[in-house]
Structures are given as C-alpha cells and as structure tokens.
Design a protein around this ligand. Structure first.
Ligand code: TYM
Length: 338
C-alpha cells in the first residue's frame, strides 16, 4: 500500500471580501502547491469572522467570494478538501472542550488578541475574540494535521495548538497529532506599502498600503508606484535599512520566481520608480487571469455552494471521528446508547 500522505490543514477568514497580497503570498500560494504532495484540508473560517461584527448578508457573500478566490488561485476540489467552517459543527464542539483545557493566562498572552483588544477597548472586544486561537486549535486538531501552512503572524497560534494537543494527550490519552507550522521564509511576511515596518493587513491605517487581489489592477499599480521606500537610490535587498525596497523585491520575486539576487542585478543603476512601475505590471499580468477565473466561479453561485457542501461532507467524515474519540476520552456519556 502506498504510504499515506502527510495531512495539511489551514484556514482563512472570509472578511474584507477580497484577499490581499499578503494572504496570497504568505499562505494561499503554499496551499496550492501542497495539494500535489499532501492530503490537504482548507477552511473558510466564518466562525472566526464573527469575533468582530459582521453584516450577515455581506458575510455570506464574502464566504462565496473567498471560495471563488481560493479556486481561482488554483485549489482543485478534486485534490483538496475545501469547506466552510460553520458547515462542520465539530469545530465549535471541539473548541468548547479545548477552551476547558486552556489557561486564562495562556490565552491572555496571545499577541494578536492583545493588539486587536487594545484597538477595540474592553467593551468592544468579544469573548469570542479572546478564545479565537482555541477555535483555531480545534480546526487543526480535528483533522490530525501534521502541517499548518500560514504566514509568520500565525506562529504563536500554532505554538498554542501544539501545547493544547500535548496537554490533552497527556491528560486523557492520545487523541491528537501534534502539528507543526509550515512557514516559508520568502513571503511569510509581506509588509504594508505605506509603512514597511508593519505587515500588510486589512486593519492597516492607510488603504494605500494594501494591495487587494480583487481590485482593478490600475488601482494596485498606483499603490505600487506610491510605495514608501527611502532616500537612498540603490535597489538592494536589505530588510534592516531598506525595508520598503526589500518588500517590493520580495513581492516581485514571489510573483515571478526570479531570485532576489537576480533582481538586484537586473535593476542595477536603475531608479526606484522603474522597480515600482515594473512590479505594478508584473502584478497586473498575474492578477488579470486570476480575476477572470474568480469571476467564472462567482457567476455560478449554486455550483459553488454544491462544491462547498461536498467539501463539508468530506471534512465531517474526518472531524466526526476525532470528536467522538475526544468526547469518549473526557467522559461524556455516549449519545443514543441503548
Ligand atoms: P487570516 O485570515 O488573517 O490570514 C490568512 C493567511 O494569510 C496570512 N497572512 C500573511 N502572510 C504574509 N504576509 C502578510 N502580510 C499576511 N497577512 C496575512 C496569515 O498568516 C494566514 O496564514 N487565524 C487565521 C485563520 C485560521 C487558521 C486556522 C489558520 C483559522 N483557523 C487554522 C491556520 C489553521 C487568520 O486569521 O488568518
């Protein structure tokens, strides 16, 4: 019998409608590649999305748009399991059990929570936002995932997931595979075009710093041309002293497969403006066919919904087994026993 492929799980929030370039280069691109070699599960995490207020209609549309973008980026439902988190109830069920093995102090140390809570204030911060990383752990552990492809900003959440898996296994007997992060060096952190000291993020302060995949490429071209660099003139990769230029080189390299060293040579003696303009063109060439594919999926929402329903069914087949084992181990009475 052929050796089983290692299992992969990852998730992405459907909020904001369009994904941004950081989502693609940090995560989705790896998801597509891993379909070839791994047993892959990818989730549109709408339960996570409601940790901050969402308009119900917009959320439904965003979930479909998320699915269309993932398919447009190259996910193939014949080779991966693509599903919407809320359609697999085991996620919320396992999250509750894991909430009960997570320390309050441990959850309080999550930096993403602290950042978001600081922005929103105590009254504007939900308890859901606080336990968000525990739900993320449930997402991963339900599938016995070996690897979790994410951007650098998710590393601490994967560490928490490992700790919870080890703790549960130690206390109740082995129920979970202990997963590891899969974070590629290149593209793991794409920075804001206006402030290259912070990551590109939907909550960034200036809309000019963030490149949305579903935007008109002309708009994105303008953003690349307006990217903040430095007062030097040499195009060189040096994240310490030239974070803006280095970010542009990273993006260029990731989109074309041309190494950063080769790009430095190519741009020797040229001005920042030519790098910015050319990168805008490179992005436009990449994004145009992507957007056309996304539109095709969006044109048939019924087929999209069917495809997601099949994904949820496949996901449930695995998730239900893990949850049943966990329920038995923590001492819940079997449902429907005669
Ligand atoms: P989310 O939806 O914020 O982001 C999705 C993925 O994009 C990556 N990413 C970036 N990578 C590089 N540079 C950036 N500027 C950048 N911004 C975002 C993120 O690291 C992520 O991989 N909590 C998760 C979603 C989640 C999840 C999971 C992930 C829920 N359950 C289980 C893995 C496994 C999140 O909010 O990602």
């Amino acid at each position: 019998m052929a050796a089983e492929r290692p299992r992969v799980l990852s998730g992405i929030q459907p909020t904001a409608g369009s994904f941004h370039l950081g989502n693609y280069l940090g995560a989705v691109r790896q998801w597509v590649a891993l379909q070839e070699t791994h047993d892959t599960f990818y989730s549109i995490v709408d339960l996570h999305a409601i940790t901050v207020p969402q308009d119900p209609r917009a959320l439904r549309e965003s979930s479909r748009l998320a699915a269309a973008q993932l398919l447009g980026a190259g996910l193939d439902p014949a080779r991966c399991t693509l599903f919407v988190q809320s359609q697999v109830p085991e996620h919320a069920q396992l999250a509750w059990v894991l909430n009960c093995v997570t320390g309050f102090g441990e959850a309080s140390r999550m930096t993403q929570f602290k950042d978001k809570a600081a922005k929103q204030g105590a009254e504007g911060t939900t308890v859901g936002l606080f336990t968000y990383p525990v739900l993320q752990a449930a997402d991963i552990l339900l599938y016995q995932a070996d690897l979790v492809p994410v951007g650098e900003d998710q590393r601490q959440h994967i560490e928490l997931t490992r700790d919870l898996a080890e703790r549960f296994n130690g206390r109740f007997g082995r129920a979970f595979t202990v997963p590891g992060p899969y974070i590629l060096k290149e593209g793991a952190k794409i920075y804001d075009l206006q402030d290259p000291s912070i990551k590109m993020s939907k909550s960034a302060s200036s809309p000019k710093g963030i490149v949305w995949l579903m935007d008109d490429p002309k708009t994105s071209g303008k953003k690349f041309r307006g990217a903040v660099t430095d007062t030097d003139t040499v195009i060189r990769y040096d994240p310490e002293t030239k974070p803006g230029v280095s970010n542009l080189l990273t993006i260029y390299s990731a989109l074309t497969g041309i190494g950063v060293g080769e790009l430095e040579e190519k741009f020797t003696g040229r001005l920042y403006g030519s790098l910015k303009t050319e990168l805008g063109d490179v992005f436009a060439d990449w994004v145009a066919p992507f957007r056309a594919r996304v539109q095709e999926y969006l044109d048939d929402p019924a087929e999209l919904d069917r495809l997601l329903a099949r994904g949820a069914e496949k996901a449930r087949a695995i998730a239900a087994g893990t949850l049943a084992d966990v329920y038995e181990k923590v001492g819940f009475l079997p449902a429907g026993a005669h």
